[in-house]
Design a protein around this ligand. Structure first.
Ligand code: ADP
Ligand code: MG
Length: 653
């Protein structure tokens, strides 16, 4: 064994530097936090080549006395911590007294500073941590630190640095967090000379959110505020209908510090329970403030994790703040938006078969009404839906059905089927009555697919019942298709799952490249920084899936073409899910599969939406042929009930 020796100071410094200075973003973080601790009201951050060329942070804070300049660069030199007890009550951002020492150990540093009110300033240069002499220098009040040639003396680390673009994105993300957590400070961020972020520092959180996260996101937010005991929560959360495709737009601060926390994410999302579409995540900028002794910030070297002393209380405070905030402020907006999305089917149908759609639209009095023998019942449902709030729509629709099925209630029906608030597209009050009486006499015998449908051009092949070994009875809950097969089985088919599976198989087969639609007006998809960076690295892959995108700066992708079978409106959410897919897969193969799932799902008809019987019969045919068994997520597409099983249920067998 060689002798044990104490490490030479500069080697110890290099090792310590590795812990603090991981990448350019960590340098920026430390320097800006120092500026904030110094009481600055304006901070300018400039980087070149992702920070590998230059990082300069300029502040108008308190400055450093010339005599203390060399000390500031010594390890464990800090003006912020005096006693061990202070450790449990850390109020300032920096406290280890390590940053300047660590940064200067692995770069070339120049610091120019002047204390407030001092006549002159001072300048010091360090190379690899070795200081030159302090020189008197003219300088504005505050401090400017330039860090050049990061890791120039640690080649091993230099080799592991990612592309400049990735480092730039990391610094940009950090700047967003810093700007959001300090609305009272004006932040300016320049990358390679170009302005990338500039906040006013007017103390208003919404100004900072607008400047840092963009207009579209800012507009999707509701303000929330609440407290539970000594735990305060405030900030902004997205309206339920403005859910995002990933969690990238969730930003949490605890006592002003940006952190990642599963506890806070869970509390936030619990507040949206049953209000968000599946696969959607809320976005937020939320601040949790609690006594410094109730949270341990010292658990993670990069300080992005915290440990709460009273987790349950923190969870409850966030959960209730979100829940109450949404109930209070988002309700009117939500109802309005729901109305907009409830009937997007006409669009879809238009794309499916324009000619058919036009003919049907002309021959149909009410907007998009299914042509089953249960027509009158749909009127009834629409009628009751209008009167109940969104949350109870499903149960109301379901609940109203049994009453109206009772044949004797015909006179009552006549009255109640007059819509309470007639819409322009609703037929005259006499029409529903006529419909119900027609239905009344036909009900037991009416074929599943009405005769007139057979005459539609291009539909015959699908709808000739004589040839089909099955009969589509109808659709229930706007989700499940009911069919009867010739050999006496009843099938319930989940229309979304079936369509998703068909799409998935077609995409996976990949025989034909995806059809694309060129957008009349390109969509500027404003995304979370991590999402946009990841997608930009994968533009050729997006291309394969039918998206033509280009970098539009500021975390925005300009989308010129989208796959023909997704709604242009779904572009942003699809891209967000793509980013999520790209992050989550372990292998390229798995990532591809995930992307296919997303595409298949986005292109599929949705449960709860109106579907035309013609669309549904295509699905039924495929299921009957056995082409489709399970949806890509492994859920069954169809459930089969044999005659025998039914007879057993009714104690006939
Ligand atoms: P820490 O921030 O943990 O105290 P640092 O190494 O980051 O340790 O900084 C050492 C000291 O240098 C700080 O405690 C502070 O007194 C001083 N200092 C660093 N940056 C600035 C700045 N921008 N303005 C004023 N003082 C600064
Ligand atoms: Mg510091």
């Amino acid at each position: 064994m060689p002798h044990i020796q104490q490490l030479a100071p500069h080697i110890a410094d290099l090792i310590a530097a590795g812990e603090v200075v991981e990448r350019p973003a960590s340098v920026v973080k430390e320097l800006v936090e120092n500026a904030i601790d110094a009481g600055a009201s304006a901070v300018v951050v400039e980087i070149q080549r992702g920070g590998m060329g230059l990082i300069r942070v300029t502040d108008n804070g308190c400055g450093i006395a010339p005599t203390e300049l060399p000390t500031a660069f010594l390890r464990h030199a800090t003006s912020k911590l005096r006693r061990a007890e202070d450790l449990s009550a850390i109020g300032t951002l920096g406290f280890r007294g390590e940053a300047l020492a660590a940064i200067s150990a692995v770069s070339r540093v120049e610091i120019l500073t002047r204390q407030r009110g001092a006549v002159s300033g001072a300048m010091l240069r360090l190379e690899g941590g070795v200081p030159g002499t302090v020189e008197e220098a003219g300088a504005p009040e505050g401090t400017a630190i330039s860090v050049r040639d990061l890791f120039y003396n640690t080649p091993a680390r230099l080799k592991f640095m990612r592309k400049d673009s990735a480092e730039t994105a990391a610094v940009a993300g950090l700047m967003q967090h810093l700007a959001l957590s300090h609305p009272d400070i004006s932040f300016r961020f320049l990358k390679d000379g170009a302005d990338a972020l500039h906040t006013p520092g007017d103390r208003k959180l919404d100004s900072a959110v607008y400047a840092a996260l963009g207009r579209d996101f800012a507009r999707s937010l509701v303000q929330v505020e609440g407290r539970g005991g000594d735990i305060q929560v405030h900030g902004f959360v997205t309206q339920p209908l403005m859910g995002r495709g990933s969690r990238a737009m969730q930003t949490f601060f605890v006592n002003g510090r940006f952190i990642k926390s599963q506890l806070l994410t869970a509390a936030l999302e619990e507040g949206y329970r049953n209000q968000l579409m599946k696969g959607k995540f809320p976005g937020c900028v939320l601040f949790v403030t609690l006594p410094v002794t109730a949270v341990d910030v010292n658990v993670h070297p990069a300080k992005t994790a915290v440990k709460f002393a009273r987790e349950r209380e923190v969870f409850d405070a966030v959960y209730h703040t979100v829940l109450d905030g949404l109930a209070e402020k988002a309700a009117p907006a939500r109802t309005k938006a729901v109305e907009e999305t409830v009937n997007p089917r006409e669009d879809f149908f238009l794309r499916m078969d324009a000619g058919t759609f036009r003919q049907q639209a002309a021959s149909r009095p009410a907007p998009a009404r299914p042509a089953y023998n249960t027509e009158w019942r749909v009127d009834k449902v629409e009628d009751s839906v209008k009167k109940v709030p969104y949350e109870t729509k499903r149960s109301a629709a379901f609940g109203s059905a049994p009453a109206s099925v009772v044949p004797k209630s015909a006179p009552v029906k006549k009255e109640s089927s007059v819509p309470a608030t007639p819409s322009p597209a609703t037929p005259s009050p006499a029409a529903p009555a006529a419909v119900s009486s027609r239905q009344e006499e036909k009900r037991p015998f009416v074929p599943a697919i009405p005769q007139e449908k057979l005459e539609l051009p291009g539909q015959e092949t699908l709808l000739k019942r004589e040839e089909a070994p099955w009969r589509m009875v109808g659709e229930v809950l706007r989700t499940y298709i009911i069919c009867e097969s010739q050999e006496g089985c009843v099938y319930l088919i989940d229309k979304h799952a079936a369509h998703e599976r068909i799409n998935f198989d077609r995409l996976k087969e990949g025989k034909t490249p995806p059809m694309r639609q060129t957008l009349l007006r390109p969509i500027a998809a404003e995304l979370a920084r991590e999402d946009s960076a990841l997608l930009l690295e994968n533009l050729p892959l997006l291309e394969q899936f039918g998206f033509a995108c280009e970098d539009f700066g500021d975390n925005t992708l300009l989308v010129r073409e989208v796959p023909a079978d997704i709604d242009a409106e779904d572009t942003v959410s699809t891209l967000e899910e793509f980013a999520q897919n790209l992050r989550s897969g372990r292998s390229m193969e798995e990532r591809r599969e995930n992307l296919l799932h997303t595409m298949a799902c986005k292109a599929a008809i949705k449960g709860g939406w109106y579907s035309d019987p013609a669309e549904l019969s295509v699905l039924v045919e495929k299921v009957q042929k056995g082409e489709v068994r399970y949806c890509p997520h492994g859920r069954p597409v169809a459930v089969k009930l044999t005659k025998y099983e039914l007879e057993k249920m009714f104690k006939r067998a």
